[in-house]
Structures are given as C-alpha cells and as structure tokens.
Design a protein around this ligand. Structure first.
Ligand code: FAD
Length: 302
C-alpha cells in the first residue's frame, strides 16, 4: 500500500489521479471491485510519465479503454489502471482519419461520416474506444477494424513507436498488440469518399440492428465467447441448443434474447458472471466436445 501512496504523492500529471476507484463506474458490465489507482492521462506526455513511474515503482499497469470487453474481478485491480478517455482527439486529412486511442469508436465514425468518408460504418454504435477496438481487432457484421486500419502509434517499453499494418498480422479478433507490451496512443484509418446519404443510412442500420438485438437493454460486455467455424453454427446457437438462455446466477443472467451474451440484471458480481461462463464452457464441452474460446477478458485479482 505504501508504494501506492508514494506513487500518488510523487506523480505530477495534468490529467486525473483517483485513489481507490470503483471499477463499476468504468466498465460496461457495471461490475468490478476497487482499483488501487486509476489515472486519466490528458496527453501522451502524461502517459509516458505514468508508464515510466509505474515501471520504476514496480506497480502492475492495466490499460483501460471504455471497459466494454472486460470483466473486472470483485477483488478489484492492484496497481495502476490507466484510463485512456482523455486522449480523444480526432482529425481528418484528405481520406485519412487519425483518432487518439481514448476516442470512442462511435465518435470516430461520426467524424468520418461528417467528412463524407466511408469504411467505418460497420462499427458504428459498438461500445468501445479506438485503442481497445484496435487491440481486440473488433469485428461486426462480417468486417474487422484491421480492414481499414493503416497505422498505429504506441508507447512501448523502449519509448514511442509506429506500426504500419500488414494484413497477415491480424486475424479473427486477434491483433499484434495482444502479444506486445505497448500502449496504443492513436490509430490512422484509410477511408474512401462516400455518398453522405448512403453513409448515414448505413449508420442508422448498424444502430437499429444492435437495438433490435437488445444490446443496450442491460449492462453487458457483448459476446462472451468467440465464434468458431469448426462449430458449424454461431456459438450463441450452440449455447441456445443446450437450454442456457435465461439461466441465472445471482444478479447475472444468460440473456433470454441471446445465449452468447451475459447481462447484469442488477447487483451482479464478477463471480456470478464467471460461474455462468464456466457453466457454458462445461456444458458445451460435455455435449459437443468443443472448447469455447473466451472473448471477454478477465481483469484484476481473481
Ligand atoms: C453491447 C455491446 C456490444 C458489443 N458488440 C461487439 C461487436 O459487435 N464486435 C466486437 O468486436 N466487440 C463487441 N463488443 C465488445 C467491445 O465493444 C469491443 O471489444 C471494444 O473494441 C472494446 O473496446 P474498449 O475500449 O471498451 O476496450 P476495453 O474493454 O477497455 O479493453 C479491452 C482490451 O484492450 C486493451 N486496451 C484498451 N485500450 C488500449 C490501448 N490504448 N492500448 C493498449 N491496450 C488497450 C485492454 O487492456 C484490454 O486488454 C460489444 C460490447 C458491448 C457492451
């Protein structure tokens, strides 16, 4: 605990530092215990200072975007959580759009649309930040973010760096950043001029389809497990075939409207959600012999 106190006293950044931050406030599940320190850097200088000081103090560091793909433990997170929301600039130049990592994906798509640029419509209305979406290689309606990504700026253990996208480096919900010790600071997208009415219609369709699927009815983190062609059907259908829709554990429930989504119906704990995940894994293994791959990441002290 002394290290945490010393870190907070010593650190000098323009952004915010919060001691004992309640992670429920920072995750789409509205679940999670207390993080020792949550810092919100205002710029890349702040970020570099935080990363350097955390390294010196040997404080574990967790990078947080919008918290839309994670389940934070009830015991919380030890060390430093860096929430990227303060780095949220978005700039358009010709047909290229550069967004800082903390910018919301939907705001980024709105800026592209306002500039008459097409290519990102598929990801509109998906919760999440640019950094988190690049890290996850987010995928919606058959398209992955890597298809329009051209360049990524990051701060790694050896300082700032730039990565130029090579298609082979990305896969289904896989990005090279998952095996790098790096904080993504900005991403550049290569877009094309489009017809404003067509872009607007595509955005409305993307949002409507999510609303119709019930995505915004309850706190969740989207799909719990990845799809796998080898299963012969979407993971949601597999889970549904085993009668898992609607199954509850405490305040958590396998969504009655989609078996691959777990919702927080009010007061769910992280352990409630984890138990439902494990139940689904056991049932699928026993019935079909398939090992489910988790899409939601378990974060913090379990
Ligand atoms: C209702 C709902 C619907 C969803 N639908 C979809 C969907 O259709 N497709 C899909 O792919 N996902 C979907 N998701 C999941 C989620 O929206 C995406 O995975 C999103 O890209 C996560 O972004 P985030 O900023 O919230 O990341 P977080 O959850 O904050 O973080 C995810 C991972 O990225 C890392 N990370 C975040 N920012 C950075 C950074 N700047 N540098 C380095 N690492 C970083 C974190 O450390 C963590 O490991 C959905 C979620 C919800 C709640």
């Amino acid at each position: 605990m002394d290290t945490v106190k010393e870190f907070c006293e010593k650190i000098n950044i323009s952004g915010k530092i919060i001691r004992n931050a309640d992670m429920k406030m920072y995750t789409s599940f509205r679940i999670g215990g207390i993080a020792d320190i949550l810092a919100e850097p205002a710029d890349t200088r702040d970020l570099a200072v935080l990363a350097e000081e955390a390294r010196k103090a040997a404080l574990p560091m967790t990078i947080l975007g919008e918290g839309a793909n994670i389940l934070v433990s009830d015991k919380g997170i030890r060390g430093l959580v860096i929430r990227m929301a303060g780095l949220s600039g978005i700039h358009v130049r010709n047909s290229s759009l550069r967004a800082e990592a903390g910018a919301k994906m939907t705001d980024t798509v709105t800026s592209a649309s306002a500039a008459g640029l097409s290519g990102l419509e598929f990801i509109y209305a998906m919760p999440g930040s640019v950094g988190g979406s690049v890290w996850m290689n987010a995928r919606c309606f058959g398209h992955s973010i890597s298809e329009v990504l051209s360049r990524v700026e990051y701060i790694g253990s050896e300082g700032p760096g730039e990565y130029h996208v090579r298609a082979g480096d990305f896969g289904y919900k896989k990005s090279p950043f998952q095996s790098m010790d790096a904080v993504i600071t900005a991403a550049e997208f290569s877009l094309a001029e489009g017809r404003p009415d067509e872009i607007r219609a595509a955005l409305e369709k993307a949002k409507r389809e999510r609303e119709e699927k019930g995505h915004f009815l309850h706190p969740s983190a989207g799909s719990v497990f990845k799809n796998n062609r080898g299963f012969g059907k979407p993971t949601g259908k597999l889970l549904e075939s085993l009668g898992l829709k609607g199954v509850r554990k405490g305040g958590a429930q396998i969504a009655p409207f989609h078996a691959n989504i777990i919702i927080n119906t009010g007061g769910a704990s992280a352990s409630d959600v984890r138990e439902l995940m494990e139940l689904a894994e056991e049932k699928v293994l026993a019935a079909y012999g398939f090992v489910l791959e988790r899409e939601i990441l378990l974060v913090g002290e379990w």
